[in-house]
Design a protein around this ligand. Structure first.
Ligand code: FAD
Length: 416
């Protein structure tokens, strides 16, 4: 074990879970090393806004060193953790070795293409800033290309946008993209008829947002269709070659854009740790969030597999990661005091997804509702949850401007 005077807590991942552990240990007699491959914390729920030219990346990301500037017991190291030696208590970080007394693995998830290599190669995903900017540039370039395309069929393919995955991210992206076309691009491209443009949302199951109650699934579909999104349920994707989507039943859709939002799995690093993994590669943990046989190691958030009361795995949501971060910090404190760690129970705060301007669906305190009120709650909750006063003000001003003037202000094609 590490011989430092204070117990050394190493946290891998400055996402929702890792940051929560670090903050909650701020006043405790521990030395913390927080590691992330990026130098910023990313608010992933608003990534699609970067992709549809609504926000700039710096409005949804915040430097980790700035966040923890005042936390004296924490140091930050930027780098990629490549391996962990659970028996010798150290992690390997790009050549250097960092010893720990307690380790928190909060490495999150990555896109799961379920072996669809053609989609991975030619499609877009929404997982990090780079992928969101890549998608934004691609979308904006296609409008430019379409504006000078004489062939009607090819123009239609350039303006056909296929979103795969009817979960909240797919729904939000489809709604926002449809509005970008109908509110903004129509003004930017007066020379081109945008009645050709199509946004399709493909879902393999029977319903959109399956985790939501039936009335909200129906409301979501209605709201999307009102915004001219074509919703195709019970529709499986077979392949995509960058120009043509092939469906499971053999149908083909010419489209130069496919956005894959249909799967998430645990971050790749956990595949190399020799630990027991469950669905989506997530690491099986005890109810206390500890790794079996290694009580000094905690795994939380998207990377962890823990079932809730009804035998289903906990969802990969920021609320789960945050609550697990809190319980992990408490359990580390309990162990340091010689007490037993306590099990984790998820307190479901409800469900909320937006479908664009004035439209959202919500289930809070057991009550389902949709439309304007749900949308106002969504707007204020997301502004509240952003890190940094500056970001909150900037996003609020940005959204207010867009709302009043029907604009998406970041319509810039840039180098990535
Ligand atoms: C597009 C999108 C939209 C979403 N919308 C919502 C939503 O509306 N509501 C909601 O509740 N949830 C939403 N989620 C899910 C939510 O973002 C995740 O559940 C949450 O981020 C999980 O938190 P985490 O701490 O486990 O991991 P993350 O927040 O993903 O953080 C993991 C961190 O670990 C770092 N990392 C990974 N591997 C390594 C390594 N080897 N070395 C060093 N660092 C590493 C990463 O850089 C990252 O910073 C969305 C996710 C996406 C992608």
């Amino acid at each position: 074990m590490n011989t430092q005077k204070l117990p050394h807590v190493v946290i891998i991942g400055a996402g929702f879970g890792g940051m929560e552990v670090a903050r909650r240990l701020a006043k405790e007699p521990v030395q913390i090393t927080l590691i992330d491959r990026h130098n910023y914390h990313l608010f992933q729920p608003l990534l699609y806004q970067v992709a549809i030219a609504g926000l700039v990346p710096s409005q949804i990301a915040y430097p980790v060193r700035t966040i923890f500037r005042k936390q004296k017991n924490l140091t930050f190291q930027m780098g990629e953790v490549t391996s962990i030696n659970f028996n010798a208590y150290y992690v390997k970080l790009e050549g250097s070795i960092i010893a720990y007394d307690y380790l928190v693995l909060a490495v999150g998830g990555q896109t799961n293409f379920f072996g669809l290599d053609s989609v991975e190669q030619h499609g877009f995903q929404l997982k990090d800033i780079e992928s969101a900017i890549g998608l934004r540039n691609h979308l904006l370039k296609l409008f430019e290309e379409a504006s000078r395309e004489a062939d009607a069929e090819r123009r239609r393919a350039l303006l056909t946008f296929v979103i795969v995955g009817g979960g909240p991210t797919g729904v939000e992206t489809a709604g926002a993209l449809a509005e970008l076309i109908s509110h903004v691009m129509v003004k930017d491209y007066p020379e081109m008829s945008l009645s050709d443009a199509r946004v399709l949302l493909l879902e393999a199951m029977e319903h959109l947002i399956t985790a939501y109650p039936d009335e909200l699934r129906k409301a979501t579909r209605n709201l999307l269709e009102k915004k001219n999104v074509e919703v195709l349920v019970n529709t499986k994707l077979a392949s995509y070659n960058g120009q043509r989507v092939t469906l499971g039943d053999g149908r083909q859709i010419p489209a130069h854009t496919l956005v894959w939002t249909a799967g998430v799995r645990a971050a790749e690093v956990v595949d190399h740790l020799g630990v027991e993994q469950a669905g989506g590669g997530r690491v099986r943990v005890e109810s206390t969030l500890q790794l079996p046989q290694h009580p000094e190691v905690f795994v939380i958030g998207d990377a962890a597999y823990l079932e809730n009361g009804n035998g289903k795995p906990l969802p990969m949501l920021s609320t789960v990661a945050l609550q697990q971060g809190k319980v992990t910090a408490q359990n580390i404190q309990r162990i340091l005091k010689g007490q037993s760690p306590e099990p984790f129970y998820y307190k479901d705060p409800g469900l909320l997804a937006t479908i664009g301007r004035n439209a959202a669906v919500a289930r809070i305190w057991g009550i389902s509702f949709s439309g304007f009120i749900a949308w106002v709650i969504w707007v204020f909750l997301h502004i509240y949850r952003l890190i940094g006063f500056r970001n909150r003000v900037l996003v609020m001003v940005n959204w207010a401007w867009d709302y009043i003037f029907y604009e998406n202000q970041v319509r810039l094609i840039t180098k990535e």
